[in-house]
Design a binder for this molecule. Structure first.
Ligand SMILES: Nc1ncnc2c1ncn2[C@@H]1O[C@H](COP(=O)(O)OP(=O)(O)OP(=O)(O)O)[C@@H](O)[C@H]1O
Length: 283
């Protein structure tokens, strides 16, 4: 696996001007599951805005509704109440035709089609759209493979023959096939060894900068969080209880935040990070 990609030297994505409408706008979100005695509330009047160019990490304890929120942004799960707006349109419309050109999703374990080879996995959404001849679909998929640091020689391989890092890269190429401006990542480095996780973070940073992506990710991994995030939003008590630059949020006195960031792993992950201008934003 290459350590670097041709995109690695790209400049950071230009942040959105303050007056621009958010890429993701979650307002008054309630999510309730179950009925009667078994009913429970996951989100209660949750608000979240993500501006163009941000790399936002959602963190929170197990069961706080991070994955459900990602699925709501993707339009796969509908809220009980409230609005989820993506790129100016209700997220529920994203599930329809053209979805892959608006939002790319990297699922936790890649979710590749095991019966398709690498190229056919990457090409899937473009081929389904049916607007391009197959040779152009193949060329587009090969460009995306190159973009994630894979060679044309990988195109014929089957998912079962790939390393964990390669599965993530193929899944990323597939998420980017239609050039969506918004990328959602569920635990992008889960299951990778530390070197592969570092390489994958470097790739994500490079693509974020080069393509001007807006990224929303769920991660439990503090190294990934500090390597990638321009902002962190903490889910607890059914809503976003803190939002800001990673090192600023890490100083909050809330018990979950203290436990999450100030355990041994948290202190180790923060140690090499130099405070940047972004870290001085208020919560
Ligand atoms: N379709 C569903 N029907 C019923 N309950 C659901 C459904 N989807 C999620 N839940 C419940 O909603 C809660 C939040 O789930 P979610 O997967 O978003 O948590 P999470 O914050 O991502 O947790 P983890 O960090 O452990 O992955 C959990 O209690 C889960 O069991």
């Amino acid at each position: 696996m290459p350590d670097s990609t041709p995109l690695q030297q790209a400049a950071p994505a230009k942040p959105a001007a303050a007056h621009e409408p958010p890429v993701v706008d979650v307002q008054g979100l309630w999510t309730c599951f179950g009925k009667g005695d078994a009913a429970f509330t996951v989100h209660q009047d949750l608000q979240l805005r993500v501006q163009r160019g941000e790399m936002l990490s959602l963190v929170g304890g197990s069961g706080t509704g991070k994955t459900v929120l990602l699925r709501q942004i993707l339009g796969l799960t509908q809220p009980t109440r409230g609005q989820v707006t993506v790129l100016g349109r209700p997220a529920r419309e994203i599930g329809r035709a053209g979805a892959a050109s608006r939002v790319g999703m990297l699922f936790q374990h890649g979710a590749l089609f095991s019966a398709f080879n690498v190229l056919d996995n990457v090409a899937f959404a473009l081929r389904e759209q049916g607007t391009l001849p197959d040779d152009l679909v193949r060329d587009a998929a090969l460009v995306k493979l190159r973009m994630v640091g894979l060679e044309p020689g990988h195109a014929a391989r089957m998912p079962a023959d790939l390393s964990g890092g390669m599965v993530k890269r193929v899944a990323l190429a597939r998420a980017l096939i239609m050039d969506p401006p918004l990328l959602l990542l569920d635990e992008p480095t889960a299951g990778l060894d530390p070197n592969s996780a570092d390489d994958f973070c470097a790739l994500l940073r490079a693509l974020h900068a080069a393509l001007g992506l807006t990224v929303v990710m769920v991660t439990h991994d503090l190294d990934t969080l500090f390597a990638l995030s321009t902002r962190v939003a903490v889910l607890a008590e059914k809503k976003v209880i803190a939002s800001g630059a990673p090192r600023t949020v890490a100083q909050c006195a809330h018990p979950f935040i203290a436990q999450f960031f100030m355990g041994e792993r948290g202190r180790r992950a923060m140690a090499p990070v130099q405070a940047s201008a972004a870290d001085k934003e208020p919560i």
